[in-house]
Design a protein around this ligand. Structure first.
Ligand code: BGC
Length: 753
C-alpha cells in the first residue's frame, strides 16, 4: 500500500513552480517574470489593473444563486470569480474539498469523486504523510475537474463532542490538527492550485453559527485554536484563509481587526488573502478595514458589500484605495505562489486515476480506524469462523458519510440517500452512504463462512439471528452534518437497545461505530470488542473487513477524548439550542435556511471557560476519567518502550527505543507529552511519530518537540515565552497512560508571536 501511495503522490504532485520552464516575460507583462517572488509579481499586476478589474476580484459569485450562471461559464459549485484574460488572470473556480471534491446534493449530476474518510480518521492516523497524500489526491482530482481554489484545510479544534462538524476537522489537539492540516494543504497546493485553511476562528459549534459570540481571552486563544492555524499555515502555506461565520469577542470573524490585521497579517506576516465564509459578511467599511480581502458567495449575504458599496466607500475616501490594492495584491499573491497562474488548470475535465485514488482513501481508513476494545482477543476474526452476522447501519450496501458542504458524491454512487425534511442543513445535505459494502468485503475475506445481514430494525429479530453465530457485528451509526449540532451524543434510534439485545444473545458481539465523533456507550461492559470506524470513506467496507480479519493490523489513535457521560464535557449540549428551536418553531413548518445560512436567532455568547485547556487537558484539569482518552488505540501486536532520552535546550528532542514484542508487524504511534509551565501545568502533546516495526525488531525514534505547545503566550510581551529550567515529559500510550516519564532541561526562550 505504501508503494501505491507513493506512486500516487509522485504521479500527481506537480513540479514545483520554481522548476517550471522559465518563460521570458513580454515587456508588456513584467508580472510574468518567474524570477520575481509572488508578491512582487502581484504588485506589478495590481499596477496594471483598472479600478473595475480590481473590484471584480474582491467579490465572488455563488453559482447556485448567481445570474446568469450559465452564460458566465460557472460550474455548479461553491464559488466563481471571473478572470481577467487581458492580464492572464485565470477565472477562479472554487470547490469545497475537505474530504474530496465535493458535490453536495449532486448539484453536478453524475460528477463523482474519490471520498476520503472523515477528517477525524485522517487525524487518527497521526501520519503527516497520509494527510499529505490525501491532499495531493484531492488536489489532483480538483485540477482534473478544472477547479483551482479548494475550500479545504479545516482545523477548528474539537471543543465539544456534539459539534456537527467535528467529523470534518482534525481533532482536539493544536499540534496534531496543525501538522496534519498543514500537510493536507501542502498536498492540495502541490497541484498548483490554491487551498484555504478554515474557519478562522472558533467556529466550534454549528448551533447559531452565524450569530454566536465566542468569548475567550487572548492568551488562551493563542495557545489553542490559533496555534493550530499558525502551525497549519506555516507548514501548508495556503493561498487563502477563510474567516468564519461567528463573532469572536464581540466582532464578526470577517471583521475582527485584532485577529485579521493583528494576528494573521501582522504577527504571522501572512501574505495571502482572507476570503469570507459563505454568508459571513456583514459590512463594507468595517470588513474592508479590518482585513477581509474577498467576499465569497455574495448572493448569500444581505448585500454585495464588496461591489457597489465598496466602490462608493473608496470614492468617498472611507476606505483607502491602497486597501483595495492590498486586497487584490493578496489574492494574486496566493494565486501566483500556488503556481496557478503559470500552470493553469486544464480548460476541460481530464481523466482521473480513480483506482490509485481509491487506494489512498483505503489507506487512510485502514490507518485511521481505531480499535477501542478487544477483550479476550476477539479480533482478529478467527479464520475458522463459520457464521458471522452483520446487523444494522445499511452494512449490506455501504458506509455512512457526514453531511454539508464537504459531501462528496463518491465514485460508486450513493446506495442510500435520505433527504432532510427540516433543520438548518435541509437545503444542502442528505444522509448519504458511500457504496462500499462491509457485507461484501467481509464475505470476500471469509470465503468459507456464512456471512449474513439483518437490518437491526427489530432488536429481537437481530438477537435471534445473532444467537448461534461465531460472531455478531453490530454496525452502529450517528450522522453529523454541517449547520446542525448533534443534540445528544447518545446513539440515535434506540441503537443502544439493539446492542444490548444482541450482546445478551451472543457473548461474541463486536460493535463497529460509524460516527462523526464520540458517542456514549452504556453497553461497553457487555461487548468484548469495539471498533471506531468514523465515516470511513469510499473504501470503508474493505478497510473494516481487512481490520476484522487481521489482513491489516489496526493502528489508529483517538484524536479526541471520548467522554464517559455528556456532563463530563465543558458544555453538555449546544449553547443556544433553545433559541434555535424557538426560532424554528416560529417559522413555517419545514422552513429552512439557504446553504445553512439561517436568520432569526439573536446573538448569544458562548463562553469558552476552559480556555486553552481543550479536550484531554480539560479532563486532566477537572480530574475526570473519560471513557477512552485522547491517543488511545489498540493493536494486534504489543509495543514496549526503552528508557527515553531527552536533549534539552532551545530545540528539544526525545528519543526512545520502540520494540514490537508481539507476533505481527504493526504500526505504533509514539506520543510525547510535556507539562505546561507553573501557571498551567497540564500535559500537552509536544511531538509524535508513527512507526512501522516488524515483530521482534526495535526501532529508535527521535521526536523533535514543538515548543509552542508547552510555552506560554505572553500578551504583555507579545510573544511566546519558554521559561528555562527543568520540565517533566512523558511517553504516553495515551494522554493519561504514561509509560515513562523524565525531566528535560529547557533553555529560556522567546519566540515570535
Ligand atoms: C461552510 C464552508 C464552505 C462554504 C462553501 C459554508 O457553509 O462553512 O466550510 O467552504 O460554505 O460551500
Amino acid at each position: 500500500m505504501k508503494k501505491l501511495i507513493l506512486s500516487v503522490l509522485l504521479a500527481t504532485s506537480a513540479v514545483p513552480v520554481a522548476a517550471l520552464p522559465a518563460m521570458a516575460a513580454p515587456a508588456a507583462q513584467p508580472w510574468a517574470d518567474r524570477s520575481l517572488d509572488a508578491a512582487a509579481r502581484a504588485d506589478l499586476l495590481v499596477k496594471a489593473m483598472t479600478f473595475d478589474e480590481k473590484i471584480q476580484m474582491v467579490h465572488g459569485y455563488f453559482p447556485p444563486l448567481a445570474k446568469p450562471a450559465k452564460k458566465m461559464g460557472m460550474i455548479p459549485s461553491a464559488g466563481h470569480i471571473p478572470g481577467i484574460p487581458r492580464l492572464g488572470i485565470p477565472t477562479l473556480r472554487e470547490s469545497d474539498a475537505s474530504l474530496g471534491v465535493a458535490n453536495q446534493i449532486e448539484q453536478r449530476k453524475g460528477d463523482t469523486a474519490t471520498a476520503l474518510p472523515a477528517g477525524l480518521a485522517t487525524a487518527a492516523t497521526f501520519s503527516p504523510e497520509l494527510a499529505r497524500a490525501g491532499g495531493v489526491m484531492i488536489g489532483a482530482e480538483a485540477r482534473a475537474k478544472t477547479f483551482n481554489i479548494l475550500l479545504a484545510g479545516g482545523v477548528n479544534l474539537t471543543r465539544d463532542p456534539w459539534n456537527g462538524r467535528n467529523f470534518e476537522y482534525l481533532g482536539e489537539d493544536p499540534l496534531l490538527a496543525g501538522v496534519l492540516g498543514g500537510e493536507a494543504i501542502a498536498g492540495v497546493e502541490s497541484n498548483h492550485i490554491v487551498s484555504t485553511v478554515k474557519h478562522y476562528v472558533l467556529n466550534s459549534q454549528e448551533t447559531g453559527r452565524h450569530v454566536l459570540d465566542a468569548r475567550i481571552g487572548e492568551q488562551a486563544l493563542r495557545e489553542s485554536d490559533l496555534l493550530a492555524f499558525q502551525i497549519a499555515i506555516e507548514r501548508g502555506r495556503p493561498g487563502s484563509v477563510m474567516c468564519a461565520y461567528n463573532k469572536i469577542n464581540g466582532h464578526y470573524a470577517c471583521e475582527q481587526d485584532a485577529l485579521l490585521n493583528g494576528v494573521l497579517k501582522g504577527d504571522w506576516k501572512y501574505p495571502g488573502w482572507v476570503m469570507s465564509d459563505w454568508g459571513a459578511v456583514h459590512s463594507t467599511e468595517k470588513a474592508a478595514l479590518s482585513g477581509l480581502d474577498q467576499q465569497s458567495g455574495q448572493e448569500l449575504d444581505k448585500a454585495i458589500y464588496f461591489d457597489k458599496p465598496l466602490r462608493a466607500a473608496i470614492k468617498a475616501g472611507r476606505v483607502p484605495q491602497a486597501r483595495l490594492d492590498d486586497m487584490v495584491r493578496r489574492i494574486l499573491t496566493g494565486v501566483i505562489a500556488s503556481g496557478l497562474m503559470d500552470d493553469p488548470v486544464p480548460a476541460t475535465p481530464q481523466p482521473i486515476p480513480l483506482d490509485d485514488h481509491a487506494d489512498v482513501a483505503q489507506a487512510v481508513a485502514e490507518k485511521g480506524i481505531v480499535l477501542l476494545k478487544n477483550e479476550g482477543e476477539l479480533l482478529p476474526l478467527a479464520r475458522t469462523a463459520r457464521k458471522v452476522v452483520l446487523i444494522g447501519a445499511h452494512a449490506d450496501v455501504g458506509v455512512l458519510s457526514g453531511g454539508g458542504s464537504s459531501q462528496v458524491r463518491s465514485t460508486g454512487g450513493a446506495p442510500v440517500e435520505i433527504p432532510l425534511t427540516e433543520g438548518e442543513a435541509a437545503s444542502f445535505a442528505r444522509v448519504t452512504w458511500h457504496a462500499s459494502s462491509p457485507l461484501k468485503a467481509i464475505k470476500a475475506a471469509l470465503p468459507g463462512a456464512d456471512v449474513r445481514y439483518v437490518d437491526g430494525k427489530d432488536p429481537a429479530a437481530a438477537a435471534a439471528a445473532a444467537r448461534d453465530a461465531d460472531l455478531a457485528i453490530v454496525f452502529a451509526w450517528q450522522w453529523q452534518t454541517e449547520a446542525q449540532d448533534t443534540e445528544t451524543i447518545a446513539l440515535p434510534d434506540d441503537q443502544d437497545a439493539l446492542i444490548d439485545a444482541v450482546a445478551a444473545a451472543n457473548g461474541k458481539t463486536l460493535v463497529v461505530l460509524e460516527t462523526g465523533g464520540p458517542v456514549l456507550m452504556p453497553w461497553i461492559g457487555k461487548v468484548p470488542a469495539v471498533l471506531q470506524a468514523w465515516y470511513p470513506g469510499q473504501r470503508g467496507g474493505e478497510a473494516i473487513a481487512n481490520i476484522l480479519t487481521g489482513a491489516v493490523n489496526p493502528s489508529g489513535r483517538l484524536p479526541i477524548t471520548f467522554p464517559a457521560s455528556a456532563s463530563q464535557a465543558p458544555r453538555p449540549e449546544p449553547v443556544g439550542l433553545a433559541q434555535l428551536k424557538a426560532m424554528q418553531a416560529a417559522k413555517a413548518a419545514g422552513a429552512t435556511s439557504n446553504h445553512g445560512v439561517s436568520v432569526g436567532v439573536e446573538s448569544f455568547p458562548v463562553d469558552y471557560q476552559e480556555g486553552a485547556d481543550v479536550g484531554y487537558r480539560w479532563y486532566e484539569k477537572t480530574g475526570q476519567k473519560p471513557l477512552f482518552p485522547f491517543g488511545h488505540g489498540l493493536s494486534y501486536t504489543r509495543f514496549t518502550y526503552g528508557k527515553p532520552e531527552a536533549t534539552g535546550g532551545a530545540a528539544p528532542t526525545v528519543s526512545i527505543d520502540v520494540t514490537n514484542s508481539g507476533a505481527r508487524a504493526g504500526d505504533d504511534v509514539v506520543q510525547v507529552y510535556v507539562q505546561g509551565g507553573a501557571d498551567a501545568p497540564t500535559w500537552r502533546l509536544a511531538g509524535f511519530a508513527r512507526v512501522s516495526i516488524d515483530p521482534g525488531r526495535t526501532q529508535r525514534v527521535t521526536i523533535p518537540l514543538e515548543c509552542r505547545t508547552f510555552a506560554r503566550f505572553d500578551t504583555a510581551q507579545r510573544g511566546w515565552v519558554v521559561d528555562g529550567g527543568p520540565r517533566r515529559f512523558a511517553i504516553g500510550r495515551t494522554a493519561i497512560d504514561h509509560v515513562a516519564e523524565g525531566t528535560i532541561t529547557l533553555a529560556a526562550d522567546r519566540m515570535q508571536p
